[in-house]
Design a protein around this ligand. Structure first.
Ligand code: ADP
Length: 261
């Protein structure tokens, strides 16, 4: 429990810090980039110093792209939660996901039509799914199966005993499984840490799962991970269920909500 607390404090602190630092850094980098361009213009084409300047320019560009990523990660965007049918969200995304994973990976969806809705900003749920899918793809360079499932689960007090941060109740669950390389225990312990990555330089930021974690916690949700080296990985993402089954029930509750504003 203490470790969990430390984890969420770390996230919060880093989020705040990163936002501020990234913003200032971005401004400074713009200044540096500007002077590099000026300097380049002053030099004649074949000056040997040119290659040093090109290196500086490249490094600055990489720094700019890193700070941009930091900014998107930490920016507290205006969220507009809606009552969503995530089966629909997944179906709508599937064309893009298929393109993202490539031909060597097969996307299999198994969506339970009886699940309830969840309340979340559509772009946030898309981000959660996308980050998990990108990781699944990267874990299967030789190809394999990516399985996205939805199900409805009731978590009772016995679950709560082992996961004291999880409230008992009805949850809508998204399972994202791959048949990829899997993770060691040591890696599993650290995957939600901001900036933790095992991917080669320039490929991973280590912010994907930290972002997923942040979004899920914001919605009183829960994540569990099952992974075996050489076999694959399953992420289970739990969101509290909104008990509106039909679209008219959803519209009704949204209309009430709008009137109340
Ligand atoms: P990034 O993808 O930029 O490395 P993430 O926070 O998304 O950052 O992931 C952190 C690390 O967790 C990855 O570098 C990888 O080691 C591990 N990981 C995440 N998902 C999977 C997966 N499906 N299979 C194997 N390893 C994974």
């Amino acid at each position: 429990l203490e470790a969990q607390l430390r984890q969420s404090q770390k996230m919060e602190a880093i989020g705040q810090l990163a936002g501020g630092v990234a913003h200032d850094f971005n401004n400074l980098l713009t200044v540096i980039e500007g002077y590099i361009d000026l300097l380049k213009n002053k030099l004649d084409e074949n000056a040997s110093i040119n290659s040093y300047i090109n290196q500086m320019k490249k490094a600055t560009e990489r720094a700019v792209s890193l700070t941009r990523q930091l900014l998107t990660f930490s920016r507290r965007q205006v969220v507009q939660p809606k009552i969503l049918d995530i089966n629909k969200t997944i179906q709508e995304l599937s064309k893009m996901l298929n393109r993202l994973i490539g031909e060597h990976i097969e996307l299999i969806t198994n969506l339970d039509p009886k699940i309830w809705r969840i309340k979340i900003d559509p772009s946030q749920i898309e981000q959660v799914i996308l980050n998990l899918v990108v990781n699944a793809r990267d874990a299967m360079p030789e190809g394999g199966e990516l399985i996205i499932e939805t199900e409805q689960i009731k978590l009772d007090r016995s679950y709560n005993r082992f996961h004291p941060d999880v409230r008992p109740g009805d949850y809508v669950v998204i399972n994202v499984s791959d048949t990829g390389m899997g993770m060691s225990e040591e890696v599993q312990q650290r995957i939600f840490e901001p900036f933790f990555t095992t991917k080669e330089k320039g490929k991973g930021t280590g912010l994907g799962l930290a972002t997923v974690y942040g979004i899920v916690k914001q919605h009183n949700g829960h994540i569990s991970v099952y992974s075996e080296i050489g076999k694959g990985t399953t992420f289970k993402i739990y969101f509290p269920a909104i008990k509106a089954r039909t679209s008219s029930e959803v519209e009704e509750s949204e209309r009430k909500h709008l009137k109340g504003r």
